[in-house]
Design a protein around this ligand. Sequence first.
Ligand code: ASP
Ligand code: MG
Length: 413
Amino acid sequence: MALFVLKFGGTSVANLARLEHVAKVIRQEIINGNQVAVVVSAMAGITDQMVGYCQALCPHEQTPEHDVVASAGEQVTAGLLALSLKKIGIKARSYLSWQIPIHTDSTATDARILHINPEKIQQSLSKGEVPVIAGFQGLSREGLITTIGRGGSDTTAVAMAVALKADRCDIYTDVDGVYTADPRLVPSARRQDTLGYNEMFEMASAGAKVLHPRCVEMAMKHNIRLRVLSSLTDSPKGTEIIEDKLVVDQGNVTSIVHSLQEAKVTLKNMQNQPGVAAKLYTNLGNANILIDMMTQSHSREGYIDMDGMINRNDIERFQTTMFASKDNLSFSDIAIDKNVAKVTVIGMGLRSNMDIPALICRTLANEGINIHMIYSSEIKMSVTINQQSLKPALTALHKAFALDQNYIEKEVA
Ligand code: ASP
Ligand code: MG
């Protein structure tokens, strides 16, 4: 008997009718002869509502109480799905993170899962029950409720799959797989049958919301079979995330991802001397603020400007943190630019083929699009551009790399 972890996202459980449909998807896996453990998100919109309440009371405060409120939606869904399963004759029981427990560190709003004790869930499975686990929630060593970052119930599912040594983890969402670009902006984008773990990780980190980056990292590390598929269609095909070495078309670009979630920050006129970057990163680390695409440029004799991209939700915390150590960090001012889009081109081909960066830049130049910042690593290249250029940039790049054609067509061409 195979054991699968099935995770259902917010849209899949958005109302009672959808929950009843999900219960039938689970029943089908059981009829097929498999054991199933389930992880659920909050109903669509509920987490936003909960976070909204906290922010209205105490803006930008990230405390354990925030996590108590933010994680409430998952409790509701876990209970309701267990009820829906019982209603169609399937034995089920809901589990909140503290009941298992799912241990995390103590970082409110963005905790990391440290350890899961699988015993209770294994007992539940061996009694023939479907355990329905509330995603997103954790329990710190101090006994406080934590949450593991927005979109984190994917990571709960993979962590559960690791702890249970499951045969596969299926992430059910509202799209039928991972696309070559966002189909809302690039209508010719197509679903990919397979993607390498590293490609998927880069996509998730670059802003593709379909999977939580840490879940991919974890699946890769523990070699968990991972699929992304839709709970809204009857015979979902989905995308399977596979080992990088099995990716057929290693010489190519597989996807173009964008993010409008970030803002460019510039610390102006920092002293150009050893230790400045060290102080900056220490401050950011202490405040748990992620910064990406960090570059430094000469501003005037003896001084530099530091540019980076941060999440827009972190802007105020960034400013407060920086100004709190203004003397120590020695900058004159902070500039914030929200008119930025980050476009990332991903594919194993970037490892070896220097024609790819040239084609990216040439394609944007032909569209008259100015690139502000460039960052490249092994299998990705990110550029930042003005927001209004996003759609033409995505469309032109998608075409330049022939992502609207399938492999067979590409080989024939
Ligand atoms: N409900 C949480 C969120 O909206 C976690 C998740 O859905 O993965 O971020
Ligand atoms: Mg999600």
